[in-house]
Write a protein that binds this ligand. Structure first.
Ligand code: TYM
Length: 381
């Protein structure tokens, strides 16, 4: 077994997701639970659920119980601002939108400008704020309901949330954050407090909270689940996805810190996407066309195929055909890359068109929409 590591700050090696479920103490989203979710949402599941890209959960069954009883639930997810937002960051948001559309729930999106500043030593405060502004536009472009979604920056909502933050902080010890996050004596004290803030939105309503995120964020939910009931709230539920791999191969995760040639950014123009995929995307194809025609390619390690199967080819039948024909050597590496380039560019062009219209919507999502307004009127005793 190859070594791998998954923390909120580092993902490396070839992740064994089954093993991670055991290590983290989460549960698999199995066929039975998928069926239940399907009947609750009254239609086909999102491809990322159908294909087990969202593979693990905590208490999704309790969310469905609450939903079936008519108690409802709410959604929460987040983003640490950084200059480059890549398609990996979009994945949990795409599922979040699907869940909001299906279940008509309130949604809270935490923009952790504090975390970004504390974590990225090279960023000045104003760099984080600029990045946050751009990231918020990208997040809104995913298409959430502006009346049922509250997007907030930690540094702003602290005005209302401080008492709640202190209540959570009083229950989290240094030894806990040291054990969970590996903090040492040289970790800045801001980072030691930050985990309390990431648990906070789970306490915004008395209903149960469901968090779509990649599995790297789960350590925060373990802390939340330790303190929630003592504060009079539910333990949070979560659905966890795997990582979109970087272009270079199915190891680790797509990440901005690994260098611009490893990720596709939401700002990459059509030519850049084409160049990056053609030049860098790791292929499961053979060394020569003759060999490939004879022996076929391996989609399991082929990054373009993996990306198609995660997000860019929603049609199951088409994907099956691509898989079969690639294995049979009928589709060549260049052709497979061509398919992905077309899909990614279509997706990004549409995304950027939506983003252009978002500047004037920002007020609604952050301050003036129905949910946002009620959150600014709220005080936490
Ligand atoms: P951040 O900004 O690093 O990541 C935002 C979300 O994207 C997920 N993610 C990925 N998913 C799939 N493939 C990838 N290659 C990939 N890279 C990142 C992350 O798991 C995350 O869900 N501390 C958080 C911010 C935060 C948050 C939250 C995230 C605050 N509250 C609630 C999720 C849910 C952070 O640094 O995320």
């Amino acid at each position: 077994m190859k070594d791998f590591k998954v923390t909120p700050w580092e993902v490396s090696g070839e992740v064994d997701y089954e093993k991670l479920i055991k290590e983290f103490g989460t549960s698999k989203i199995d066929a039975k639970l998928k069926k239940r979710l399907e009947s609750a949402c009254g239609g086909e599941l999102h491809p990322m659920l159908r294909r087990d890209f969202f593979f693990s959960h905590r208490d999704l069954n309790l969310i469905l119980n609450d939903y079936e009883k008519g108690n409802g639930f709410f959604l929460y997810t987040g983003r640490k601002p950084s200059k480059g937002m890549h398609i990996g960051h979009l994945v949990p948001l795409v599922l979040t939108k699907w869940l909001q559309d299906k279940f008509k729930t309130n949604l809270y999106i935490e923009i952790t400008d504090d975390e970004g500043f504390l974590h990225k030593k090279e960023y000045a405060w104003k760099d984080v704020q600029q990045a946050a502004h751009e990231n918020i536009l990208d997040i809104m472009a995913v298409g959430f309901d502006p009346q049922k979604t509250f997007i907030f920056k930690d540094s702003e909502y602290i005005r209302n949330a401080y008492p709640l933050l202190m209540k959570a902080a009083r229950k989290i010890t240094n030894s806990t954050v040291k054990a969970v996050f590996g903090f040492t004596d040289s970790t800045n004290i801001g980072l030691s407090l930050y985990p309390a803030y990431q648990t906070l939105p789970t306490f915004f309503e008395k209903k149960r909270c469901l968090i779509p995120c990649a599995i790297d964020q789960d350590p925060y939910w373990r802390i939340q689940r330790d303190i929630a009931e003592g504060l009079g709230y539910h333990k949070t539920a979560a659905v966890h996805c795997k990582f979109i791999p970087p272009l270079q191969g199915v190891q680790g995760k797509m990440s901005s810190s690994a260098g611009p040639e490893t990720a596709i950014y939401l700002t990459d123009d059509e030519n850049t996407v084409k160049k990056k995929i053609n030049k860098y995307a790791f292929s499961g194809g053979r060394a020569t066309v003759e060999e490939h025609r004879k022996l076929g390619g391996n989609p399991d390690i082929d990054v373009p195929y993996q990306w198609l199967s995660i997000l860019f080819e929603p049609d199951d039948e088409k994907l099956k055909t691509i898989n079969r024909d690639y294995r049979a050597g009928k589709i060549l590496t260049g052709e497979l890359k061509g398919m992905l380039i077309e899909k990614v560019n279509e997706f990004l062009v549409e995304h950027r068109k939506r983003k252009e219209k978002m500047e004037k919507e920002m007020e609604l999502f952050m301050y003036k929409g129905k949910l946002a307004k009620s959150m600014w009127e709220k005080s936490y005793e």
